[in-house]
Design a protein around this ligand. Structure first.
Ligand SMILES: [Zn+2]
Length: 118
């Protein structure tokens, strides 16, 4: 069931384990589930399917304030929340920090040096 680790929305590459993304199971309520399916545009989901928080408006979350303040770890959807954002902004994540970039270069250098002395 590897598919259950990925966001069910087409073109979204959010994956369980992404620390800054919340994931939400499909609602049990049939009418609600139909609305979610309508948003998805395909019926390929099961009870393990998840949709990530990027497809919900901010006011869909019951505890966004608490989360932002650091009081809660998990985001919860309000009752009746339906995903509505098809494509999250493509450049939402902050650019890699210069430190990460320099570290990357350093490791690349070490790696190449390793190759050289073998
Ligand atoms: Zn997603």
């Amino acid at each position: 069931m590897t598919s259950s680790h990925f966001c069910a929305v087409n073109g979204c590459d959010s994956m369980k384990g992404d620390s800054n993304v919340s994931f939400h199971y499909f609602p049990k309520d049939l009418a609600m589930r139909n609305k979610w399916a309508e948003f998805l545009g395909h019926g390929i989901f099961n009870k393990y399917s998840i949709i990530c928080g990027k497809h919900f408006e901010k006011d869909s979350f019951a505890n966004l304030k608490e989360k932002e303040l650091g009081f809660s770890v998990k985001l919860f959807l309000k009752k009746g929340a339906v995903p509505s954002i098809k494509k999250p902004p493509s450049r939402e994540e902050p650019a890699p920090s210069p430190v990460g970039f320099i570290l990357g270069l350093y490791y690349l250098h070490v790696f190449m040096f390793d190759q050289h002395i073998k």
